[in-house]
Design a protein around this ligand. Structure first.
Ligand SMILES: Nc1ncnc2c1ncn2[C@@H]1O[C@H](COP(=O)(O)OP(=O)(O)OP(=O)(O)O)[C@@H](O)[C@H]1O
Length: 390
């Protein structure tokens, strides 16, 4: 893990880049540092691998004060990914990736084998790309090589400074998702600098919102969006933070209402009884295995005739178009409601019906998310543009 203890950095010209900074990145955690230009994010990061020395305070990596660690050894033990990638132009992709294993004493053959594995891991076929030179790659591919190279020594700690900044938004999103998948497997301790709130929210287990030279809030994404610590953070995350919060809050079983349920092969009379007993205008129709089949409106049942109408539920069931899986972001739920002009949507676990989400349930889920400690939405699904873009 990485730990900052009352760290201050003042540059010789008197600029205070960070002041009295104390925080910790737990083992296997990814913390994103986000904030406006010049607020001290890069300075913070570079003090971890001693590219910059603090004026006062201590930085510890896995319990060791970095000031007492040989900088060269330190840097080889920490992966470092930067926006400009910094690949050596006259070396092939494979050799670039093999640099650190070589420096760590691997033979040429071992190092190249390891490099090939890593290129594969980041989605570049070594047989195709290994022999190319950096200028024969696209921006996104170069960025992937940067990640592969940073992982080459299998460092427990990764520092990433705007690692996906140099590519267009579509490629960036793809790289972010690939990196998330990789991180789910590798569980590195990661400090990642970005000025992009969406990237911070999507990638971070926690995000640190920087003001000038200090952290204004360090918390789970949903908490930062849901309960900004102060005016500065509220302004930084934006007036539409409520909408943004829809993106990071999942639908949970506790948010759901349980409407009357009837079976596909029930006689219509049973549906009449179920609807009347609960005073409901519709019921959910399941098959014998609890799989969602559709819904049946009370009107259809009534229209079937007085008394005990003939026929079965099956004859009057309508297709359920508005549904979504449990755990999906509320944003998707809201968008689905709008798209189908539905006052409720079914929520499924696999193909098992769990309940329905209504606008009231959605609102309550949003309130629940304030103070939530964890981001449970699948990160790939996080996008902070407003609902219209869902
Ligand atoms: N070598 C230096 N000498 C003097 N001031 C510096 C030096 N390096 C950085 N600074 C100043 O320290 C402050 C923090 O810079 P830093 O690069 O850490 O910010 P940042 O948040 O990473 O910004 P950006 O998002 O633009 O990269 C800025 O005011 C910057 O001008």
């Amino acid at each position: 893990m990485i730990r900052f203890e009352q760290v201050t950095k003042r540059y010789p010209d008197g600029t205070t880049a960070v002041e009295d900074l104390s925080f910790e990145v737990a083992e296997g955690e990814l913390v994103t540092l986000v904030g406006p230009s010049g607020c001290g994010k890069t300075t913070t990061m570079k003090m971890v691998n001693r590219l910059i020395e603090p004026t006062s305070g201590r930085v510890l990596v896995n319990g060791e004060d970095v000031a007492a660690t040989d900088p060269v050894r330190l840097r080889r033990s920490i992966g470092y990914v930067i926006q400009q990638v910094g690949l050596l132009p006259h070396r092939t992709v494979l050799d670039n990736t093999a640099t650190v294993p070589r420096l760590l004493g691997g033979t040429r053959r071992q190092s190249r084998e390891r490099a090939a594995e890593l290129l594969d891991l980041v989605g570049l076929d070594p047989a195709v790309y290994g022999g190319r030179y950096p200028d024969q790659l696209s921006g996104g591919q170069r960025q992937r090589v940067g990640v592969a190279r940073a992982l080459a020594a299998d460092p427990p700690v990764l520092l990433m400074d705007e690692p996906f900044g140099a590519v267009d938004p579509v490629v960036r999103e793809r790289l972010q998702n690939e990196f998330l998948a990789l991180q789910a497997e590798l569980r590195k301790t990661v400090l990642l600098v970005t000025h992009d709130l969406e990237e911070a929210v999507r990638l971070g287990d926690r995000i640190a919102v920087y003001g000038h030279g200090r952290i204004e809030q360090l918390d789970a994404p949903a908490a930062v969006l849901g309960a900004p610590a102060n005016r500065y953070v509220a302004d930084f995350v934006g007036a539409d933070r409520g909408l943004k919060r829809l993106s990071v809050t999942p639908v949970e079983p506790g948010d759901l209402e349980r409407p009357p349920v009837v079976r596909l092969d029930d006689p219509l009379g049973t549906a009449v009884g179920a609807l009347a007993a609960e005073g409901s205008r519709w019921a959910v129709v399941l098959d014998a295995e609890n799989r969602l089949h559709g819904w049946i409106p009370a009107d259809a049942v009534r229209a079937a005739g007085p008394g005990a109408p003939a026929g079965s539920v099956r004859d009057h069931t309508r297709r359920m178009e508005a549904w979504l899986p449990v755990g999906a972001p509320l944003k998707q739920a809201f968008a689905t409601m709008l798209q189908h002009d539905a006052g409720w949507i079914a929520v499924l676990d696999g193909d098992r019906f769990l309940g329905v989400l209504t606008p009231t349930g959605l609102h309550e889920a949003l309130r629940r998310s304030v103070g939530a400690q964890a981001q449970a939405v699948r990160r790939e699904e996080v996008s902070l543009d407003t609902v219209a873009g869902a």
